[in-house]
Design a protein around this ligand. Sequence first.
Ligand code: SF4
Length: 93
Amino acid sequence: MDANGGPGSWLPVIDHGRCEAKRDCIRVCPVDVFDVRQIDEADFAALGALGKLRSRAHRRVTSYAGRAADCTGCGACVTACPETAIELVPRTL
Ligand code: SF4
């Protein structure tokens, strides 16, 4: 995927039920969008049974796109994530 529209046009969306906090997104993102930290309670509560199981197995640590506004849509995180937990969606206002 190539940059289309530049910063602010794309939003990286993370499936916290798939993320295993392996930090590949942090390693590859050229503009430092991601943080890996404890999952928010509301996000944990929203997971299905399997997602909760996986989250607990990884100490409830997950990735967040804390600086999503800086995303250029390069797609590197989508390709790098071994759990296919990141999707790029067009940002709507
Ligand atoms: S698409 Fe590129 S710029 Fe956007 S979060 Fe992923 S690695 Fe970073």
